[in-house]
Design a protein around this ligand. Structure first.
Ligand code: ADP
Ligand code: MG
Length: 301
């Protein structure tokens, strides 16, 4: 098959591994810099140009769209879809998953366990907002943050008020969330491909930190997940309409709570922790599922 990987850099671990895995399985593969794609939007013959070249002939595309370029990246993926190219994750699902609040609303509608989360616009409502999620300590998150940046733990009501007011003052969109203390600075990353959890790892925040992101110095170990956790991860990916997803779960006193669903989950941590060839599994998924015009909206909202 002819496969394109949409990525800003071919030297990134995940991009490199996907490329290797595709070649190893006999495919021809090319890394395309998302931001260098430009589009011809016509009803008869939609196309993508790339550094002066007319991009044609791909059967599948693997989007690795960074959070900072979600808007443009989703448009490029959509253009590939319009050309009939199968996308591992469809553009609508990528955009949907990048908005944390929208994601949580969709998951809650489907009955997936979530930390209690509040969202408000006016500084006048801060007091009740804090009460709504059970008071301090609580977590405040920028809606479009990633890699732990923009996630703050406010230990007291006073701290929470100040931080929320400061964010409001900056016109930032934030959500306020119940702090799951009993998870002990750990979360579980479930890697889902085609409706199955194919690998999982526990990520533990370093001493004195509550964010377990590997980019924030978290460390990953193997973990056996419960059937409930597995079911929650599979359901979350399905609701978001993602074929490939990293579903992050907090272990709470009331069971598995889904914290977020990532549409371009990194391969480095999960492959080195589990020793599994996740890249090959993604390529295999493409082999089984890629057909012209096969990408379609499966999630809702
Ligand atoms: P990002 O998209 O920046 O990774 P997350 O929502 O995943 O933001 O939060 C980053 C980290 O902070 C999580 O991996 C988790 O370790 C911790 N965390 C986030 N929300 C909570 C919460 N409600 N309770 C406890 N820990 C949390
Ligand atoms: Mg996260």
């Amino acid at each position: 098959m002819n496969i394109a990987i949409l990525s800003q850099k071919s030297s990134l671990y995940s991009t490199r591994r996907l490329s290797e895995a595709a070649k190893k399985r006999g495919h021809s593969v090319r890394v395309i810099d998302t931001l260098r794609c430009y589009m011809n939007i016509t009803s008869e013959n939609p196309g993508i140009h790339y550094k002066g070249e007319d991009l044609r002939g791909f059967e599948a595309v693997i989007p690795r769209v960074g959070a900072s370029i979600t808007f443009y990246g989703a448009a490029v993926v959509r253009q590939f879809e319009m050309m009939g190219v199968f996308s591992v994750n469809e553009s609508v699902a990528i955009s949907r998953s990048r908005d944390k609040l929208r994601s949580l609303q969709l998951l809650s509608r489907a009955g997936v366990g979530l930390p209690t989360t509040g969202f408000a616009h006016s500084p006048d409502d801060v007091q009740d907002l804090i009460k709504m999620v059970g008071g301090a300590p609580l977590v405040i998150k920028l809606l479009e943050g990633t890699q732990g940046i923009g996630v703050v733990l406010a230990e007291t009501k006073k701290a929470a008020e100040s931080v929320i007011e400061a964010f409001f003052g900056l016109k930032a969109n934030i959500m306020v969330q119940e702090y799951i203390k009993e998870s002990g600075g750990a979360d579980i990353r479930c890697f889902v491909i085609g409706g199955k959890v194919v690998a999982s790892m526990k990520r533990q925040a370093p001493e004195g930190e509550f964010r377990s992101n590997l980019h924030r110095g978290g460390s990953a170990t193997l973990i056996k997940i419960t059937p409930q956790e597995r079911a929650a991860a599979v359901k979350a990916a399905q609701i978001m309409g993602l074929n490939v997803a990293g579903v992050d779960i907090l272990r709470s006193n009331r069971g598995a709570l889904v914290m977020e669903v990532n549409s371009s989950p990194g391969l480095e941590g999960i492959e080195s922790t589990t020793g599994k060839d996740i890249a090959a599994m993604i390529i295999e998924f493409i082999e089984k599922n890629a057909k012209p015009h096969r990408t379609r909206t499966r999630g809702k909202g």
